[in-house]
Design a protein around this ligand. Structure first.
Ligand code: FES
Length: 125
């Protein structure tokens, strides 16, 4: 098994930040329409809109769970503006192995939810 596969399995078995925050500043949930698996993300930010805590929960395959775990670690310390700039390549680089089209949807579910969390709250402010 290569290092990327080991990393995916590790994040799947020991997901980081796998607990929703309460209270939180940002929240969103969504599903992968192909399989119905769901993911929910909460964020807390400081006065400079920098992420200080991430919590997520969800049900899904190893790729979707590992991607959520990796992405959660990746965004701690980033500003909301920086999160808005993240694109799918960030997640695919974290996963690090070639994925089929349907598996790419699994990998990108957490990014989709993260983006809707960040944009939703701004529209309520
Ligand atoms: Fe549902 Fe991957 S099979 S998220």
């Amino acid at each position: 098994m290569d290092i990327y596969q080991e990393n995916i399995l590790d994040h799947h078995r020991n997901p980081r930040n796998w607990k929703l925050l309460d209270p939180y500043d940002f929240h969103a949930s969504d599903e992968n329409p192909l399989c119905g698996d769901t993911l929910e993300i909460t964020l807390r930010v400081d006065e400079n809109d920098r992420v200080v805590a991430v919590g997520w929960d969800g049900h899904g395959c190893a790729i979707s769970q590992a991607a959520a775990s990796m992405l959660g670690e990746e965004i701690i310390g980033k500003t909301l503006d920086e999160i808005k700039q993240l694109d799918k390549d960030v997640v695919l680089d974290l996963i690090g192995i070639p994925l089929s089209v349907s598996r790419v949807k699994c990998a990108l579910l957490s990014l989709k939810v993260l983006k809707s969390a960040v944009y939703n709250l701004e529209s309520q402010q």
